[in-house]
Design a protein around this ligand. Sequence first.
Ligand SMILES: Nc1nc2c(c(=O)[nH]1)N[C@H]1C(S)=C(S)[C@@H](COP(=O)(O)OP(=O)(O)OC[C@H]3O[C@@H](n4cnc5c(=O)[nH]c(N)nc54)[C@H](O)[C@@H]3O)O[C@H]1N2
Ligand SMILES: Nc1nc2c(c(=O)[nH]1)N[C@H]1C(S)=C(S)[C@@H](COP(=O)(O)OP(=O)(O)OC[C@H]3O[C@@H](n4cnc5c(=O)[nH]c(N)nc54)[C@H](O)[C@@H]3O)O[C@H]1N2
Ligand code: SF4
Ligand SMILES: [Mo]
Length: 754
Amino acid sequence: MATLPTKEIDTIHEFGPHRSAMIRGKTTEEPERLVKTHCCFCGQQCGIQLKVRNNSVIGLEPWEDFPFNRGMLCPKGVKRYLQGSHPDRLKTALARDPSAPGGFRSIPYAEAIEKVASEIKRIQEKYGNGSVGVLGGASLTTEKAYLLGKFARVCLKTPFIDYNGRLCMVSAGAGNKKSFGIDRPTSPWSDLLGTEIIWIAGSNIAECSPITTNYIWQAREQGAKVIIQDPRITPAARTCDLYLPIKPGRDAALFAGVLNLMIEHGWIDREFIAEHTVGFERVEEYCRTWPLARTAEVTGVPERSLREAAELWGTAKTSFFLHARGIEHHSNGVDNVFGTINLVLASGRIGKPKSGYGTIVGQANGQGGREHGQKCDQLPGCRDIFNPEHRKYVASVWGIDEKDMPGPGVDAYEMFRRIEKGEIKALLAMCFNPVVSLPDNTYVARALDMLELFVPIDFFLTETGRHANYVLPGSLHEEDEGTVTQVEGRVIKINRAVDCPGDARRDWLIIGDLAKALGRPKGFTFQSPREIFEELRIASKGGVADYSGITYEKIEENMGVFWPCYSHDPKTGEPIDHPGTPRLFERGSYNPVAKGNGPFYFPDGKARFNVGEYRTPVDDANPDFPYYLTTGRVVSHYLSGTQTRRIGPLVKQYPEPRIEMHPKLAEKLGIADGDWTVCETIRSAITLKAQVVTTIRPDTIFIPYHWPGEKSANRLTVASQDPISRIPQYKVCACRVRKADGPPAYAAVLEPQQ
Ligand SMILES: Nc1nc2c(c(=O)[nH]1)N[C@H]1C(S)=C(S)[C@@H](COP(=O)(O)OP(=O)(O)OC[C@H]3O[C@@H](n4cnc5c(=O)[nH]c(N)nc54)[C@H](O)[C@@H]3O)O[C@H]1N2
Ligand SMILES: Nc1nc2c(c(=O)[nH]1)N[C@H]1C(S)=C(S)[C@@H](COP(=O)(O)OP(=O)(O)OC[C@H]3O[C@@H](n4cnc5c(=O)[nH]c(N)nc54)[C@H](O)[C@@H]3O)O[C@H]1N2
Ligand code: SF4
Ligand SMILES: [Mo]
């Protein structure tokens, strides 16, 4: 893997002990212009100004006015601009050619489009329309995500589209929808300031959501207490008020046990529950099966800490609950989410200033990318593809007959099972690197090789791309414009700073080119992202995720607009200039689903309590594989690492994955810090160096997953999925660990001196 010769950032300013993840950066070169846009990486979507010179991004300036991050960035945001000039950047289309160096040769873009289209036609004629699948991604702008969903259903006429948010946001999405009728954090992060208690479950928040963490520190300065629930004492947990060292996969039990204590002590808001919710009785009954001693035994959290959590949360006047993938990446991920929402609803503290609830969005457009139709069961505006009314409306916007609209498809992992069964023969993937990021990924790689046609659209040749027949060169973030919706539900605008190099094309143009080459251009002849957005506004109108009142101008004027934002007053139907909805569920608020019956998005206006059931994880620790393996992230790398493994300073910061383990476990196994160590699950084994740290449970090991091949944590993980959200159970499986006999073969290549 080549790393970049880098232009160094010369001003690095750190913000003190808690804020080392936040850095402001400046380069010395003079730009021709500054382009206000947002970071290409995580779902916080920090505002940033790109310095542009000679049609390339040469650095960045803080964008101090953008209200969310006020100029602050994490290390990834500071170095992001370096990827564009990386020598690996795809500037041409590629065709597989075993005789060419690297297995691919460059071909003209137009030829690649023709070849791909003629292969799709051949495959669809032979096997039917549903033999073609499409994978999308939540780093794409909302315009692209919308267009991809429409392309699959209208142009390819296939039900099989899904996206990499399936690995990320879907447990939270399903839990939110089933509890509130709408899938969005309830409040802007400014409501964190002044709150009494913040509970963070399953998030390495300081490394993964550094700017959100800054809100947490500010809230603490104003008196908030912080509870953190994680099997690892993460950087944020080191200074929290109450740390809950949960055993992986036991969160639902903890939430039920704590709610049980709150009920016993009368620390719940019975009036709110009666007036604004349904279903509490069943939850109450379930919680009674979680008395303190049982909860402590199952979760591994001491009784006194559980009591303290119940009292802190139960007796507060204002509170904010945040969670992330640590509780969501489970076979009962949706139940875990129900557990958190039940704590929030029982407290009655929702829809008010200084109180809130939300999942911390992961990917750049983790929110917008899950609202407008690239999910297998969803249509724009968070509509359901199986709902006849919803189908009819969207078909009318798309100018097709409702009966020609395919039905629901299957989740992204299930698509690989369909490939293995020979049902899906061709796959297009835009913005997805499944060979690194899906669980049990040796299976995924094998499935890709069974396809008759595989075409990724990316700006780098990824590990997944190596299985392609053709690769189409897509656009980097700074080469295109469009909207994304960041962590708080604020719709913002990405602005184009530079042109695509060589034959690389903006992603939405590639979709249009394919539609044309397939002979079905109708509905795909957009001239700009703005045109796509204008159609999306109409397609989302009347849906729960209503964007109809949002315009590019309104976003720019207000530095973002919170959805839902209506073009017509939902009460009177009159055209309005709606300001958007920063805080959901305020008492007396009107929404088009409840029609004045209450603040929640159900016809009766009431929120739903759902039982958050604990189930033992699939592939739980057992005598043969006695430890819990959990996986996740480090601050300097991003997801499958396609981008950050090519940014020199980030690679330097964290060059290799390591096996994190507690000194007690290391001692038991005769392993010292830095020793080559084998981690093995029933599926596979990998060898990495050990990192011995006191900040992890002694029965648990942690491996970050940003690397491919021999270093890939996903060789080990289990492909079990939540029955509702279909999210993979990345956060726990059974493993055993031993000292390696010597360095692995790959280390000999990397470190010839050893
Ligand atoms: N630096 C960096 N930042 C990122 C990303 C990145 O790749 N790198 N990716 C972005 C994306 S897409 C996402 S989804 C977010 C993810 O953000 P997070 O969810 O915060 O990150 P993870 O590392 O996946 O896992 C979070 C924590 O869950 C804990 N955990 C593991 N098992 C359990 C469990 O059973 N219960 C509980 N309560 N906790 C558990 C882990 O110890 C870990 O500290 O980050 C976003 N931000
Ligand atoms: N073991 C384990 N596995 C995990 C997780 C975990 O915690 N543990 N986390 C899961 C989570 S939360 C997530 S979000 C997934 C991420 O899963 P991936 O799909 O692997 O995410 P990325 O690395 O972003 O890969 C997307 C690809 O899209 C490309 N790309 C980015 N932006 C664009 C664009 O605008 N246009 C085009 N054409 N291409 C683009 C990138 O270069 C990259 O190659 O991984 C999941 N996998
Ligand atoms: S990676 Fe996330 S926190 Fe870091 S600068 Fe980018 S958007 Fe902000
Ligand atoms: Mo994610």
